[in-house]
Write a protein that binds this ligand. Structure first.
Ligand code: 0RA
Length: 631
């Protein structure tokens, strides 16, 4: 026994664990701004979803409270409350105050272990100013309170209860987080995804600051997810839904081809979006390629002379969600976003191959549509290869490999080099004159670039502005993209602050998102922000980047101040362009992030896709947000 007032070895270990979390929160939740803040919320949500995965919880309610706190309530079995003999404390307290204690008491479930998240609810507790846990079990309500990872009360019975469940209510610690404001949109995006991935689970999100409320519940599970993803993309057939089990691996796949050319395949393992794919994705791809090739040959859609459909061919215009549930999954890679568990590959491949073969046999109509689309993709791929070869030979003939329009910098180290993609020849001229040619290159782009969302690969590589851009950046594109060959580590999109400029910016963003997503993920893409106004009085002149800036400057300079509005980059002389937009010491830039692939895909599909109606609606609904959403 430990004498009162002294710490047992066990307690010291616990303290150390959570002290570590508070000392280096970034190691546990990514960062201490918006992302980390929401991570501690998702930690609480994941616990409740694990209880649903185990089959005991049907409803989860998440509330953003007026005081900035967040609560997550589930109707699962409730965290166990009995005393754990080895710890001398109720299980509830151990779970809340011990790193990685969560899984200890429930070895059988499919819970996330050692994955992307799954650091445990104790991390939420450690990073909260206060936290209250309430458990309904055995007809009683138990409650315990905590602050910054330590108990501030013992566990007590505070009432009687019907049913069972767990309530976690916490206020993020402002000593830790630079922002403590929960975002309805970020929470909503992940909660919707979780509801899709766990068929029948009802998740409600309430925002008491605004009285907004959303309920997510999908009887169709990931089938509904694919319907949702494809809803603006012109589907070719009904969503196929496949479910099966091999050994301990549960496999669920839903897929649907659309009229477009974009592949959108999302892979999940135990509800975690495995952005870098892994064994489950490999199994799916193998099955798809094998079965579609066999069918294409058998049905005579692909001639013997035409060779096989490639993996790329069978994924053109394919939207799919793959979800596996697997005990003790292994995650690999630096960000742990790749499933490594070998057994998932065979399980997915077998389940998908069997169901897909059967489907094609039984449904010759959709089968023909799908395989003909793949065959067309194969022919376009061949045409694209020829166009690319031609482009390569042509640039070899031109003498050098760099495009003539590029005003390159003298610096050769990509880490210290920047390139500005500038709208229009005249602004390009100002930028060339105003830049520091030492490390800043300028690539003027003539007029509108091609909308890649609506074009097939052969047309895209045939488009001159796009070829120039690819060549100038030096890293190839799509599957050939090689980040290590990138010639500039900072790429700025610099367009006019008007509607045309915004359109060109979106076209470029679409291109980068679809064909060089790794460049965005690696943080190399930026939006330059030219000033919108200059406010002047006498010799004093202030550049203003927002309307608020302008009003502040007007107030400061006082009566008689005048405003000049900059409509285009061309209105600034080289010196001004340097001072306001290009000088690293003074400029304002926004980094383009790719946090949420699902949201980004939706936005680009809606903004740049074929259908006009949803786009009109989207722009009308989000007119103010569009500017920020795409970055
Ligand atoms: C371990 C064992 C049992 C339930 C839970 C954990 C549990 C944890 C959380 C966290 C949030 N909600 C939760 N719901 C349940 C099962 C105990 C039993 O056998 O009844």
């Amino acid at each position: 026994m430990t004498p009162p007032g002294e710490y047992s070895a066990q307690q010291i270990k616990v303290l150390k664990g959570l002290e570590g979390v508070r000392k280096r929160p970034g190691m546990y939740v990514g960062d201490t701004s918006t992302r980390g803040l929401h991570q501690i919320a998702f930690e609480a949500v994941d616990n409740a979803v694990d209880e649903a995965l185990a089959g005991y919880c049907k409803n989860i309610e998440v509330i953003i409270h007026k005081d900035g706190s967040l609560s997550v309530e589930d109707d699962g079995r409730g965290i166990p409350v009995d005393v754990i003999p080895s710890e001398g404390k109720p299980a509830l307290e151990v779970v809340m105050t011990t790193l990685h204690a969560g899984g200890k008491f429930d070895q059988l479930g499919y819970k996330v272990s050692g994955g992307l998240h799954g650091v445990g609810i104790s991390v939420t507790c450690a990073l909260s100013e206060w936290m209250i846990t309430r458990v309904k079990r055995d007809g009683k309500i138990y409650e315990q309170r905590f602050s910054r990872g330590l108990p501030t009360s013992t566990m007590k019975v505070v009432g009687t209860a019907e049913g069972t469940g767990t309530l976690q209510h916490f206020k993020p610690d402002p000593q830790i987080f630079s922002t403590c404001e929960f975002s309805f949109d970020i929470l909503q995006q992940r909660l919707r995804e979780l509801a899709f991935l766990n068929r029948g689970l009802r998740i409600t999100l309430v925002d008491e600051r605004t009285d907004k409320k959303q309920t997510f519940e999908y009887e169709g599970g990931i089938k509904s997810f694919v319907e949702h993803l494809n809803r603006n993309k012109g589907p070719l057939h009904d969503v196929r839904y496949i479910i099966g089990e091999r050994g301990k691996v549960q496999v669920e796949v839903a897929f649907q081809y659309n009229e477009g050319y974009i592949e959108n395949v999302l892979a999940y393992a135990n509800n975690i979006h495995t952005v870098d794919g892994g064994t489950h994705l490999a199994g799916f791809r193998a099955a798809l390629t094998r079965v579609l090739n066999a069918y294409a040959k058998k049905a005579g859609i692909l001639k013997e002379s035409e060779g096989n459909l490639s993996g790329e061919d069978v994924r053109e215009g394919l939207t799919a969600v793959i979800s596996v549930k697997i005990p003790n999954p292994e995650f690999e890679g630096q960000t742990k976003a790749k499933l490594g568990s070998a057994e998932a590959r065979g399980a997915v491949e077998e389940v998908v191959a069997e169901a897909l073969t059967y489907y094609l046999e039984e449904n010759p109509g959709p089968a023909r549509k799908i395989v003909e689309k793949c065959a067309q993709a194969a022919r376009a791929r061949e045409a694209a290869r020829k166009a690319r070869d031609l482009a390569r030979r042509k640039s070899a003939l031109d003498g050098g490999s760099l495009p003539g329009k590029l005003a390159d910098c003298s610096e050769r180290d990509p880490a210290r080099s920047e390139v500005f993609l500038v709208e229009g020849e005249s602004a390009g001229g100002s930028a060339k004159a105003g830049r520091d040619r030492h490390f800043q290159a300028i690539l003027p782009l003539r007029g509108k670039i091609l909308n890649v969302e609506k074009a097939r690969l052969d047309k895209i590589v045939g488009h001159e502005e796009i070829r120039t851009l690819i060549t100038a950046l030096g890293a190839g594109f799509q599957n050939d993209f090689d980040l290590s060959k990138l010639r500039y580590h900072r790429i700025y999109i610099m367009t006019d602050a008007d509607v045309d400029g915004a359109h060109i910016r979106t076209l470029l963003l679409t291109f980068f998102f679809r064909y060089m997503p790794k460049l965005i993920e690696a943080g190399h893409l930026f939006i330059a922000q030219p000033p919108l106004y200059q406010v002047r009085k006498g010799k004093k002149a202030v550049y203003c980047y927002t309307e608020e800036d302008r009003d502040r400057a007007l107030a400061e300079l006082g009566e008689g101040a005048t405003i000049q509005q900059y409509k285009g980059l061309g209105e600034m002389d080289p010196e001004q362009l340097w001072e306001t937009t290009m000088d690293p010491e003074r400029r304002i830039v926004r980094k383009v992030l790719l946090d949420d692939a699902v949201a980004a895909d939706e936005i680009f599909t809606i903004l740049m896709g074929e259908k006009v109606e949803p786009r009109k609606q989207f722009i009308a609904e989000n007119a103010r947000d569009v500017v920020n959403l795409d970055v």
